[in-house]
Design a protein around this ligand. Structure first.
Ligand code: GLC
Ligand code: GLC
Length: 816
């Protein structure tokens, strides 16, 4: 290990092991799968919530605080005069050993200090609305030792936004009850809420605290609680101010003895007529029920095993073994895991997303589905239909919807003109994966016209929306923005209080997007294929004509000579052209036009990607555009608001790098494709941990580009479309294992040095064990297929013939 490293992969346990509590940023994990979620840092900081991180937040967490990462599940240990934290913070006492193991749905913290070893395992059991903390303490000494233990959680008063703003009210509302070893948080339960939270432990307690200031002492932080210092809880009862939950337990551990305690932080909802056991006394029956499920180390272990089984069964649907371990661990474990987190959380709650802002993005959520359709197809179907219901009858879409209400978010509105076509991608990818064409016939109303429409009708209107919104060059109008939220060509804002995304001054019938043009050709062709597949031949012919027209418009107006233009602005001027001083070339239109196949036949696709390699690629990834914008330009919008090298202003916006990688794979340039993949993929960045800053096991939204003061520094980890796109690209275009309507296609594009690889893929009800052989040292080639030893024409394994378990050998050969 080099000095730069804060951790390493433990592939056998599917864990990332963090070896310092003082990582460059808090490195987090997610707990929970079914509506109850927790964010947990490598020192157990973070919070949990039920369904909605704004309206049902259980723990208070301080974004933007110093020191960073304030609030979490804290366990203070005290032996003789030494005080330390079981997870390495908030008490900063140096430990003799510290280790945080982030695993699949759990995090484990191991500490040693003063001859006491602690092992804390935090998880959300499957299907439960609770976090469970199993704490095992072992006396490593040769003599008996006394240990005092203090737990601590700080309650959020449910509405996280209000909790950090409406102090004139919320300093008076906090209420608790203490009953034996269980502390109940019942703030606002007296009025309209039908839910409470509790924190219990399966061991008698010596004392408790529920008033924060009594526990911490005046003007003290979490790192120096008075109660712990004096070794005695205050038995305080909170009346308003800031309610907390702390248990005080004293243990006498014999030499070598271990003892395990189980703490449960639970959430309970009750029907109105069952809220109370007596006037003012809450009904505790459901809490007690939850507590008894985990009241022994054995019961916890059984739940942990179940959780582990769940994750293994998910990940096993795709497993790969190549000559590159980094590629394998990325695809087999962390990328798939991150994809499920983006499914659960969208862009709502991370250490960069405060959980009180964004809802489910229409484009984000449609794209995310391509990362987990192979794991949870049923949930993808449901997600797509939820998205479909927020579409308007003219084919446009609400840019976001709220997960609790499933209603479009009126504050943001629509007119992001790339939005509608993403639903073609999600739907087509889902059908190819599942074989379920019935989704097309599912009944979904439009947001502004409830009624009996098919989901297919929604796709058709998405397609028509582009056709009905073409600009002066016959290219798609951009609206407020396309995929690049910050290219705001109709905004012209000079007022710092305005939102770039929702302000519109331009007439909006001039500015056009080449990214949407490429997107329309790519997914428009998919729409045509879908029409043909379902016997809609007339519609297919009409749609094909529209796509052909678009290709023509791109050929006539969208080619700049060496690459594809990015846009025309509201004054009809070119953006992303050699004519410009800054922003001469952009990544999005190169990616989308090449993925759409434009210029593949005549060398322009190759030319465009060569220009990307020459002008946009740097050692940390492919930058969004070059040269960076040096100053604000109201005709460009937010993109020019960022300092050069950050975010959309020439940062490496990882989400779009896979588009170029797919483009390279279409050109058959496997070495280049793989090299690009390696530059942004966390598993390949272990030597850069300090520079990179964010978690080295998941993708981040952005890595600072060459123009930045801090090139290579990442921000905004976890909740990014990068995860889904990287998995989709690596599995379907590099490994080339690609679902299609009739079966699974095998069409790899790999580094020429690879002698081959093996993969296991569950596809619908079938299980394929695939071996790819590369005897001629190719990147891409004609694929010779054998199924169970029988030679098959072409590169598709027809599902109708091979539905069971089969062994596939695919050999790459030069085209003869
Ligand atoms: C953010 C948004 C996404 C957008 C991207 C580029 O990641 O969530 O919708 O496409 O930024 O601006
Ligand atoms: C900001 C971010 C961008 C994001 C957008 C919408 O513009 O820079 O990445 O997509 O906000 O939330």
């Amino acid at each position: 290990m080099t000095e730069q490293q804060y951790g390493y992969f433990d592939d056998q346990h599917k864990e990332y092991v963090i070896t310092s509590p003082f990582t460059p940023t808090p490195w987090i994990n997610y707990l929970g799968n079914d509506g109850f979620y927790g964010l947990i840092s490598n020192t157990a900081g973070g919070y949990c919530f039920y369904r909605d991180p704004k309206f049902r937040r259980l723990l208070r967490y301080r974004y933007n605080n110093v020191p960073a990462d304030q609030g979490g599940r804290y366990f203070y240990l005290k032996s003789a005069d030494t005080v330390w934290s079981a997870a390495g913070r908030p008490v900063q006492t140096e430990l003799d050993h510290y280790e945080c193991r982030h695993g699949l749905g759990y995090s484990r913290f191991i500490a040693k200090k003063a001859q006491i070893r602690s092992e804390l395992t935090c998880f959300v059991p499957l299907g439960q609305t609770a976090e469970v903390y199993r704490l095992e303490l072992t006396n490593l000494d040769a003599v008996s030792r006394q240990v005092s233990l203090f737990s601590l959680l700080e309650w959020c008063l449910w509405n996280a936004e209000d909790d950090g703003a409406n102090f004139q009210r919320n300093l008076s509302t906090g209420e608790v009850e203490v009953d034996g070893n269980v502390i109940y948080h019942k703030t606002e339960y007296r009025e309209r809420r039908n839910h409470y939270a509790f924190y219990g432990v399966n061991h008698p307690i010596r004392g408790f605290d529920t008033d924060r200031d009594s526990f911490l002492g005046p003007y003290r932080g979490f790192d120096r609680p008075l109660a712990v210092e004096r070794g005695q809880a205050g038995n305080s009862l909170a009346h308003g101010w800031s309610p907390v939950a702390s248990h005080h337990i004293d243990l006498q551990l014999q030499a070598g003895q271990s003892q395990t305690l189980v703490f449960v932080l639970g959430y309970v909802e009750l029907p109105n007529d069952q809220k109370w056991a007596a006037p003012g006394v809450i009904n505790k029956a459901p809490a007690k029920d939850l507590l008894t499920r985990y009241d022994s180390a054995q019961k916890c272990q059984a739940e942990l095993d179940r959780l582990q089984q769940y994750w293994l069964s998910q990940l096993n649907k795709f497993q790969i073994e190549t000559p590159d371990k980094r590629f394998d661990r990325s695809l087999n474990i962390w990328n798939q895991y991150q994809n499920m987190v983006t499914f659960n959380l969208s862009r709502s709650a991370s250490f960069y997303e405060s959980g009180i802002g964004r809802g489910m993005g229409f484009r984000d959520s449609n794209q995310d589905t391509i990362g987990f359709a192979h794991m949870v197809p049923d949930k993808v179907r449901e997600r797509i239909l939820d998205l479909s219901a927020t579409q308007k009858k003219d084919g446009s879409a609400y840019h976001q919807y709220q997960p609790l209400t499933k209603k479009g978010n009126a504050n943001i509105g629509g007119n992001f003109n790339d939005d509608p076509m993403w639903m073609v991608l999600s739907t087509v990818n889902y059908i190819k994966e599942s074989g379920d064409f019935s989704i097309l016939e599912a009944r979904v109303g439009f947001d502004d016209e409830p009624g009996d429409f098919t989901h297919f009708e929604h796709l058709k209107r998405a397609f028509e929306h582009v056709v009905n919104h073409l600009g002066p060059h016959g290219l798609p109008l951009i609206g407020r923005a396309d995929w690049n939220d910050c290219l705001n060509l109709n905004c012209f804002s000079e007022d710092p209080n305005e939102s770039y995304q929702t302000t519109q001054r331009g007439a909006s019938d001039v500015a056009e997007s080449l990214m949407i043009a490429g997107q329309f050709v790519l997914y428009g062709n998919e729409f045509v294929a879908l029409c043909r597949h379902t016997g809609r031949t007339e519609l297919a012919a009409w749609a094909q004509q529209q796509v052909d027209n678009m290709v023509e418009a791109v050929n006539q107006h969208g080619w700049d000579g060496q690459w594809f233009l990015r846009a025309f602005d509201a004054r009809g001027r070119k953006i992303g052209s050699a004519e410009n001083d800054e922003g001469k070339i952009f990544i999005e239109s190169q990616g989308f036009c090449v993925m759409a196949g434009i210029g593949l036949g005549d060398g322009r696709a190759r030319q465009a990607l060569d220009a990307v390699s020459e002008r946009l690629a740097c050692e940390h990834g492919i930058m969004l555009q070059q040269p960076a914008f040096s100053g604000y330009d109201k005709y460009l919008g937010e993109i020019s608001s960022y300092p050069p090298g950050y975010k959309e202003n020439a940062g490496i916006f990882c989400h779009n790098n896979p588009w170029i990688i797919i483009g390279e794979s279409m050109l058959g340039r496997g070495d280049q494709a793989y090299e690009y993949f390696a530059r942004i993929s966390p598993a390949f960045l272990q030597e850069k941990q300090r520079l990179h800053k964010t978690e080295p096991y998941v993708y981040s939204q952005m890595i600072a580009g060459r123009d930045a003061a801090t090139p290579g520094q990442a921000k905004n980890s976890w909740l990014t479309g990068t995860a889904a796109w990287c998995f989709y690209t690596a599995s379907q275009y590099l490994a080339g294992i690609r679902p299609d309507y009739e079966g699974l296609r095998i069409d790899p594009c790999i580094p020429a040095r690879w002698p081959g690889f093996k993969a296991q893929r569950t596809f619908r009800q079938a299980l394929y064990e695939i071996e790819v052989r590369n005897p001629q040292g190719l990147s891409k080639g004609r694929v010779e297929l054998e199924v169970d030893g029988e030679a098959i024409e072409g590169n598709l394994i027809p599902y109708a013939r091979f539905g069971g378990r089969h062994r596939i050998v695919a050999t790459l050969r030069t085209a003869d």
